[in-house]
Design a protein around this ligand. Structure first.
Ligand SMILES: N[C@@H](CCC[C@H](N)C(=O)O)C(=O)O
Length: 290
């Protein structure tokens, strides 16, 4: 960890919140322990995750994408673990790039561990991300929580999800602070678990327990996984009908609109908000790092 002060921003997308650390040349070392402390809501800045903003050419995991996307979103969960993708994170990352003058309204590309994501920043500030295709491995999955169990759908959006349709979101109770059980054989790297209820035609509501972060108020990849699982449950498959299918997904922190296109591409639209920017105190970093 460098001893000089480190700039940060704080942002959120439908209240899935992030500490953003701009580091164009990839000179800031962010070990697991430092990420976890920065994301700590009492002793640190606080966030569901951290977005390390690095030029693709300067990051070994992103160099191969540098020709397509100038910036790499090096995403970390709140516990410091690395994840392949973060849907809300990509929108907030694009919002940061625009604020910093690295991107303008319109189209841009962002490199992630889940590949290059195409992003559109609209005039009204809403951001649409092409999230790629969902994979739906056929594994039967059971999610258990508080003495109840549900059959769940295994959906991969670059990162793993188990989607359980439940009778009442309250069944997830306060127990979302305790990790729900899901089979390690299907998810050796852990899993994000979504609990879903119907709100109306092609309109659902969900809560999520995120791998590496606990219960969060929103999850973009989770909302995409939920929309695809709901569509298949409802007998809708755009690749068969040639017609896009759109679901509105309500989360505790806001609403995301998810469209699956006939070619399988999933588009997620929602807000991105930059709340603050400042400097991480170097004395705190040195003390805490010691
Ligand atoms: N909140 C994110 C997902 C972040 C990664 C996830 N916790 C994982 O470990 O896969 C989103 O908006 O997609």
């Amino acid at each position: 960890m460098s001893t000089s002060q480190i700039a940060f921003l704080k942002g959120h997308g439908t209240e899935n919140d992030f500490v953003i650390v701009p580091d164009p040349d990839n000179t800031i070392d962010l070990p697991v322990s430092v990420v976890a402390r920065l994301c700590d809501r009492r002793a640190g800045i606080g966030g569901d995750g951290l977005l390390h903003a690095v030029r693709s050419a300067a990051h070994p995991e992103a160099q191969a994408m540098a020709g397509e996307a100038e910036w790499f979103m090096d995403y970390r969960n709140a516990d410091g673990s690395i994840a392949e993708m973060c849907g809300n994170g990509v929108r907030v990352f694009a919002g940061y790039l625009q604020r910093a003058g690295h991107a303008e309204e319109g189209d841009l590309a962002v490199a992630t561990r889940g590949g290059v994501k195409k992003v559109h920043i609209a005039k009204d500030g809403e951001i649409t991300v092409s999230m790629g295709r969902a994979l739906l491995p056929g594994d039967g999955v059971t999610v258990s929580l508080g003495g109840r169990s549900w059959d769940a759908r295994n959906v991969n959006m670059g990162n793993p999800h188990a989607v359980a349709f439940v009778e009442d979101l309250a069944h997830a109770g306060d127990l979302l602070s305790v990790p729900p059980y899901s089979p390690a054989a299907v998810y050796p790297e852990g899993v994000n678990i979504e609990f879903v209820v119907d709100r109306g035609p092609r309109h659902v509501a969900m809560r999520v327990h995120e791998r590496g972060s606990g219960e969060t108020r929103s999850c973009g990849t989770g909302a995409c996984a939920v929309a695809v699982a709901a569509a298949r449950r409802d007998g809708a498959d755009p690749s068969e009908t040639g017609t896009p299918v759109t679901y509105t997904v309500d989360l505790p922190g806001g609403t995301l609109v998810i469209t699956e296109r006939p070619d399988g591409e999933i588009e997620m639209t929602g807000p991105a908000v930059i709340v603050a920017e400042g400097l991480i105190d170097s004395a705190w970093l040195e003390t805490e790092s010691a």
